[in-house]
Design a protein around this ligand. Structure first.
Ligand code: SF4
Ligand code: SF4
Length: 334
């Protein structure tokens, strides 16, 4: 199943309410990071370099739910670290589902089969499994053999139990149009996951491997070649057509990082989950105390190579809602 009809309608209504209220900045989806600890140590990771005492901390259920309620966002992506290490993660997800938030639980899937029983299939809940490539490529990316097979097995198990299962794939310089195509063909046609998210890797300053992040030109070349011959239309990609146009270099956008803000153990991260220029206590404070015009490509050198969805998917969504033609395109691509 693609994005459930219920989710499209509720998010569409939320966007319409923001427009009617003439609200210029609002959250679309919150990146919730209730811990930084992980059971892997990928070289391209910018989250697990926190000191030990921070890695041991876990966000409480009340704090996580309170932050999402204060923001008003209709969707939540729970990430980390590895969320399934958090002993109360099913309670956080369950409380958000109860409040009719659409929850994506991002996981490397190592613990997923073991913990499936703690979750219930729901139109408000989806797994988002990290799969960076086919077996050899993925295991090299996460620096551990056998993780790809675990992820595939967990995806099958979750689908058998009626869960909605999506995937999240990050591409680096060792990827080619063929590796992009082969992993998306596999996820779409063989594993038959419900939807797939893709992203060029962001060059985290703290990541140990700095040599394999894509620049803007490389990203455009990679995706325009991978998407050629109409392939893009056959994949169930969980992105607006305009964001995919952006990855291909057919359109360019300004960053609107306030649309996909990040809330972690430290608070609301300024300006996005990729960079940390301080923290705010509330989403309202984040909006009011951040100089948003100083971020984005051409404005801040740290943003120069960024084409990440947290900065540019909200811009694509807003551009879609403002155009009848693009809205129709988005509906027909579902
Ligand atoms: S699985 Fe994700 S959080 Fe864990 S080390 Fe790898 S990139 Fe970082
Ligand atoms: S361009 Fe936007 S999303 Fe990317 S790092 Fe800069 S502020 Fe964050």
């Amino acid at each position: 199943m693609p994005v459930p009809f219920r989710q499209s309608v509720r998010v569409g209504a939320y966007l319409a309410r923001q427009r009617l209220a003439r609200r210029e900045k609002f959250p679309l989806i919150v990146e919730l990071e209730p811990l930084f600890q992980c059971n892997l140590a990928c070289a391209g990771c910018g989250k697990i370099q926190q000191p030990d005492h921070v890695l041991r901390q876990r966000m409480s259920v009340d704090q996580a739910v309170g932050a999402i309620e204060e923001s008003g966002a209709p969707m939540v992506s729970i990430a980390g670290g590895e969320p399934l290490i958090h002993p109360e993660i099913h309670e956080i997800a369950g409380e958000l589902v109860k409040r009719r938030k659409f929850v994506y639980l991002c996981t490397n899937a190592i613990l997923m089969e073991k913990k499936l029983d703690r979750f219930r299939p729901s139109p408000y809940f989806a797994w988002a499994v990290h799969v960076d490539g086919l077996r050899e490529r993925h295991d090299a990316s996460v620096e551990r053999e056998g993780v790809f097979d675990k992820a595939v097995s967990a995806i099958h198990a979750a689908k058998e139990r009626g869960f909605r299962v999506t995937t999240n794939t990050t591409f680096f310089t060792h990827d080619s149009p063929q590796t992009v195509q082969s992993v998306l063909d596999f996820l779409n046609d063989e594993l038959k996951v419900d939807q797939m998210m893709i992203s060029p890797a962001y060059a985290y300053e703290k990541a140990p491997d700095q040599d394999h992040f894509l620049g803007v030109q490389q990203t455009r070349e990679l995706f325009s070649k991978a998407f050629a011959d109409g392939r893009r239309r056959k994949w169930r990609l969980n992105h607006t057509p305009l964001f995919l146009d952006f990855l291909e270099g057919k359109v360019d956008f300004q960053c609107t990082a306030w649309g996909i803000p990040s809330y972690s153990l430290f608070g609301w991260q300024r300006p996005c989950y990729l960079m940390a220029d301080g923290y705010a206590k509330t989403y309202k404070e984040l909006l009011e105390t951040t100089d948003w015009d100083s971020y984005g490509r051409g404005r801040d050198p740290r943003c120069d190579n960024c084409m990440a969805h947290c900065g540019y998917e909200p811009t694509a969504v807003l551009a879609t809602t403002r155009s009848m033609k693009q809205s129709m395109r988005a509906v027909l691509s579902r």
